[in-house]
Ligand binder design. Sequence first.
Ligand code: ZN
Length: 246
Amino acid sequence: MSEAFRRIASTISSAVESRLFSEYGAIFLTRAEPPPEIIFRDSTEVERFQSSLTTRSAMLGDHLMELQREAMEALLAAAAEMKRAGGSITARAEDAGRRSYQDTVRLWTRNVTRGLDHWQKEGRITASRAQEIVALSPADQVSVILALEDEGRTFFGTFFDKSILYSVAAPGASQHLALLAFDVSEFEDPEVEGMLASFGWHRTVASDFPHFTYLGYKEKDLSELGLKKIARPYKGRDYDFWVPDL
Ligand SMILES: [Zn+2]
């Protein structure tokens, strides 16, 4: 297990941090600049970290993407190689690369709002409880929503059948804040995932199929670094994810 990985694991101070580390923690192994903590608490912390990074911007398909320079150079090399092989690697959306703290809050709030509506209609959450949750800060909502999921099986994922963490990152915990994540349009193409893997980009967030993370290592090195491979099905095929082996 790498030193950076061990160090960040030793800072875990709550059940929420422990959960977030187990879901998103592979990023702390990156050869580029890992985030300084498991969850950024506000936009000031995110902006301070992002402005300390050396970045590079480039078009990937229709969208201009900004990532940490080392991550972008590996991505561009994979895209060039894929083009020579007759394929492509392009951005899935305008927010496929860099995100701000406010972006992660907006995505989180969208799922929380939809989930509260759904579970009120199902009679599993009262209107007053829903109002209390809405009134909390997004950072404070995280532990409440995860507890509701654990206790009552009222899930806040997009289809209300899985945890919210499989649909959207907790605010301040998205790998996109570290400029080390990229959502790929052609994620269903097995050649694309092989090409990305050979340039150090791997799936590290279980069940987020288009989402790749820059680790900078070949697949054969990931077990030794402290990750384990798990498989998740999507449209009749199993996809591999590398997650912390805790
Ligand atoms: Zn993503």
